[in-house]
Design a binder for this molecule. Structure first.
Ligand code: CUA
Length: 306
């Protein structure tokens, strides 16, 4: 029911329009069904009664039922245009604050002004509209966080834009809203709205290159670079710079793994690394047949990336 609990000026405008249209539709439904029921009862055939007088055409009624809907559609058009002005960013805008790219089945999140990259969890400051550019890396996805913004497709080769804003701090859940393959249902995302100072601190922390690990984590870092992990993932400050899978520079500071399937704990990360397909059937993350020792070292490394 979160659609009815808007938490941004954009979502409020959309919810208001939705409620107005719902009430208009309900009124028309009641009027039409009421009239039909009345006619059925009032003018039903009674035994022994003569056939009523037959008539054709009634100019006044026809003008009313033609003009009425035209006026209604005109009102709906005006309300829609005014809602779009509140909910949508202007067409020609400067550099976006955020670039979100949909992949099967996760979200790549980048803050171009600071170079920060993350995945599936979008941090925003409260009370400030963030201009988001939506892209797709493969098929059509759909960005939808009902409490904060409109629903908008991520189309390959066609960047789309929306405002993402939150009135108050909190975590707002979203999902991919367009069927995009096996794990469409597990292409979840969350928007974490923070007071501006807290957001700035988060951004600054995410922009930092992780300090070189020690002990078991250092072993894990070596394993990460030697195996094929580095062919798909990126970790700032290391040779791994590929962009085919989520950026892992600060993966240890995230709340979930595999786009919302698991909470981010060492046990769950180990389960995921051992057999990704048993956790998320269809995922493009391969099973590398890791030994328990390799998994242990990788978990120590990845969880150290706060
Ligand atoms: Cu991406 Cu459904």
């Amino acid at each position: 029911m979160s659609v009815f609990l808007p938490n941004s000026p954009q979502a409020l405008a959309i919810t208001n329009l939705f409620i107005i249209l719902l009430l208009m539709g309900a009124a028309i439904f009641l009027l039409v069904t009421g009239l039909v029921l009345y006619m059925i009862l009032r003018f039903r055939a009674r035994p022994g009664e003569a056939e009523p007088r037959q008539i054709f055409g009634q100019r006044r009624i026809e003008v009313i039922w033609t003009a009425g809907p035209i006026i209604l559609i005109g009102i709906i058009f005006g309300l829609s245009v005014s809602t779009m002005q509140k909910a949508d960013p202007p067409v020609n805008q400067a550099q976006p604050d955020l670039i979100i790219t949909g992949y099967q089945w996760w979200w790549d999140v980048r803050y171009p002004k600071s170079g920060v990259a993350t995945a599936n969890e979008i941090h925003i400051p409260t009370g400030r509209p963030m201009l988001v550019e939506l892209r797709s890396g493969d098929v059509i996805h759909n960005f939808w966080v009902p409490q904060l913004s409109r629903k908008l497709d991520l189309v390959p080769g066609q960047p789309n834009h929306l405002w993402l804003e939150s009135d108050k701090a909190g975590t707002f859940l979203g999902a991919c809203g367009e069927y995009c393959g096996t794990e469409h249902a597990w292409m979840r995302l969350r928007v974490i709205a923070q007071p501006p100072a807290e957001f700035d601190a988060w951004l600054q922390q995410q922009a930092q290159v992780p300090t070189p690990p020690t002990g078991l984590a250092a072993q894990g870092a070596q394993t990460f670079q030697q195996l094929t992990c580095a062919n798909c993932h990126a970790i700032a400050g290391t040779p791994a710079q590929a962009r085919f899978a989520p950026d892992l520079t600060h993966v240890g500071s995230r709340q979930t793994l595999a786009a919302g399937v698991l909470t981010d704990t060492p046990e769950n990360l180990a389960k995921w690394l051992k057999d990704p397909n048993s956790v998320k059937p269809g995922t493009l993350m391969p099973n590398l047949q890791l030994t328990d020792a390799q998994v242990g070292a990788l978990v120590a490394y990845l969880e150290s990336l706060k």
